[in-house]
Design a protein around this ligand. Structure first.
Ligand SMILES: Cc1ncc(COP(=O)(O)O)c(C=O)c1O
Length: 391
């Protein structure tokens, strides 16, 4: 094995979930579950008061971080999927039409497919280049009288392509069509200013670049919109009534909130703010640039998606080695070289149709996080080089 390869785990699967978490996140969750006795919005006394304070403060801090003026419109969910399903199932009805990109995740595609068979909802893919980046201007040509939504994954979880999300929001606003932003690979990585852009809806998980626990997520529903909640029930408010409250955020927050998760999000945000979001963006983009240029030099390696990183990159890079099966390559990377990666379709079938990897089992994916360093990328490159020459 080359000098770059040691037995230490190199984690390059941050698009699935970030690892490690900042020390402050481990501490905050540990402290929270040891010291906070109360349920949010339900109990009386010290434990609950403290829990409520944490909930309110974290909501306000996250709202400000995402450029949301009305913090009560920021809803804690269980995942990005939870938020996306809330909007798609809560908004769309018989015969509605939706515009999407070729880079959508199954958390958008599967609800749309279900709504298509159950309610006749139709959807079209916007015109795009070979990286899946859509042309915002083309929206005007594809809009129909029944177009009810434009749904955009801000950053591809397969290719790292960044969509022109600001322009799309602007076109959507001018046409009076709400835009749903899937921020799963964007939040905690690139600056987000939802109200300035005029986004109607936004959903992201808390466990990726937001550095929180799995089982957390955020949904934003702009004040101009109300969608039917996915679930109704106990909220801790107006408990004497069988009627579900319409006040925000309770309207969308039934069931006991994942408070250890909220504590993790608060500590994750502490880290992001002290490190600096712009620095994170530059760091991830610089590592992605090195990974791409290094992979391009290895004979037999095919990289999918954007190679140019001068306007930023999502930090997610997909490739294959010749005709070799991606699972074989990924297993060697993980087993022999201890480089955590992901293989297959990454829940994004249309993206594989776009890059021609649907019939060959998908791609090997390496995804970068704030805790990756240049030496991790060099180790990955040395490993891919060895695999390419020995397989
Ligand atoms: C682009 C995109 N959207 C949505 C999701 C779903 O996130 P979650 O698993 O937190 O629901 C993911 C997760 O990989 C993703 O990459």
């Amino acid at each position: 094995m080359s000098e770059h390869l040691s037995s230490e785990l190199v984690y390059l699967d941050n698009a699935a979930t970030s690892f490690p978490k900042p020390e402050g996140v481990y501490d905050a969750v540990n402290r929270f579950i040891r010291e906070n006795a109360g349920s949010p919005t339900r109990g009386i006394g010290e434990g609950s008061d403290e829990t409520n304070r944490l909930l309110d403060l974290t909501r306000r801090r996250l709202a400000s971080f995402l450029g949301i003026r009305k913090a009560e419109r920021l809803i804690f969910t269980y995942s990005a999927t939870d938020g996306l399903s809330t909007v798609l199932f809560g908004l769309l009805d018989e015969g509605d039409h939706v515009l999407i990109t070729p880079l959508e995740h199954n958390s958008v595609l599967r609800p749309l497919d279900m709504l298509a068979s159950e309610k006749g909802v139709m959807f079209n893919i916007l015109p795009h280049d070979y990286t899946g980046r859509v042309y915002a201007d083309s929206i005007r040509d594809l809009v129909r009288p029944n177009t009810r939504l434009i749904a955009i994954s801000m950053v591809s979880n397969v290719l790292g392509t960044i969509q022109p999300y600001k322009e799309i929001c602007e076109v959507g606003r001018k046409l009076g069509i709400p835009v749903l932003l899937d921020g799963a690979q964007a939040a905690g990585h690139i600056p987000i200013e939802l109200d300035k852009w005029g986004a109607a809806f936004f959903a992201c998980p808390g466990h990726k670049a937001m550095l929180g626990l799995q089982g957390t997520g955020i949904l934003y529903v702009n004040e101009d919109y109300t969608v039917r909640p996915l679930r109704v029930g106990g909220t801790g408010y107006l408990s004497e009534s069988m009627k579900h409250p319409t006040a925000m955020p309770q309207y969308y927050e039934s069931g006991t909130i994942n408070m250890p998760g909220v504590a993790s999000l608060s500590a994750g945000l502490d880290f992001i703010e002290s490190f600096g979001l712009e620095k994170i963006d530059l760091h991830v983009t610089a590592l992605a640039a090195r990974l791409i240029s290094g992979l391009m030099e290895i004979p037999g390696v095919v990289i999918y998606g954007p190679k140019d990183t001068k306007d930023g990159h999502g930090g997610v890079v997909s490739f294959n080695i010749g005709e070799h099966n991606c699972t074989t390559v990924g297993e060697i990377l993980a087993g022999k070289y201890r480089i955590a990666n992901r293989v297959g379709f990454h829940c994004a079938p249309l993206t594989h149709r776009l890059v021609g990897t649907l019939d060959r089992g998908g791609t090997v994916r390496l995804s970068i996080g704030v805790f990756n360093a240049a030496e991790h990328i060099e180790k990955a490159l040395a490993a891919v080089q060895e695999i390419a020459t020995t397989l």
